[in-house]
Design a protein around this ligand. Structure first.
Ligand code: ZN
Length: 203
């Protein structure tokens, strides 16, 4: 499987990192080795002093697709979840300044936390669902999918122009505002419409 991630998909997050607003979705990939195995703690890697959480809504691709028309995108996924796109922000900032690829800052081992999958039919409108991240019980990130610059069906269509989508692929749809640094002994948990779908301990 591959993990396709969208960057800069919420305007308030673009502002907090002082990024330019993109004309097209920003896309990057994490390798399958980035997936943090379920129930495993996240160990802050030694090559960074500044790992940030980014809480994101995920979709899981259920069949092969290429050049998908946006009006058929919803046929290609039926499960959604929450994930954390752990980012070595110090490394990413240095790579961005040099115009170099981000992979070391975004695709390292354990950098993709994937929550419990739930059927999309549970939600009346997947373009209007609330999600939130809590650190040690305190809310730190809140979003709603209605605030996405590119909606889920547009993202599925867009990425399928470049990468053939395969069964089991996961798309991270971008993070809202409120990203921040993690510390050893933090406990992160994420909710989608108030239901907890992920949790991870930081070491
Ligand atoms: Zn992200």
């Amino acid at each position: 499987m591959k993990i396709i991630c969208i960057g800069r998909n919420y305007s308030e997050h673009i502002e907090e990192l002082q990024n330019e607003r993109p004309d097209e979705p920003v896309v990057f990939i994490k390798p399958d080795s980035a997936v943090l195995p379920r129930e495993q703690d996240f160990y802050i890697p030694e090559f960074t002093e500044d790992v940030h959480y980014e809480l994101e809504v995920l979709v899981k691709i259920k069949k092969v697709g290429k050049h998908i028309d946006p009006k058929f995108s919803s046929n290609y996924y039926d499960q959604i979840s929450l994930g954390i796109d752990f980012t070595a922000r110090d490394l990413q900032t240095a790579l961005k300044a040099k115009g170099l690829p981000w992979e070391k800052a975004k695709g390292f081992d354990g950098s993709a936390v994937i929550g419990k999958w739930v059927p999309k039919t549970r939600y009346a409108d997947i373009n209007n669902i609330d999600f939130a991240l809590y650190r040690n019980g305190e809310p730190v990130q809140k979003g709603n999918t209605s605030l996405m610059l590119w909606k889920i069906d547009e993202i599925v269509s867009y990425v399928s122009k470049f990468f053939m989508l395969k069964k089991g692929d996961v798309i991270f749809t971008g993070t809202p505002a409120g990203v921040g640094k993690i510390h050893p002994n933090d406990y992160l948990s994420g909710t989608l419409e108030k239901e907890e779908l992920l949790s991870v301990k930081i070491k």
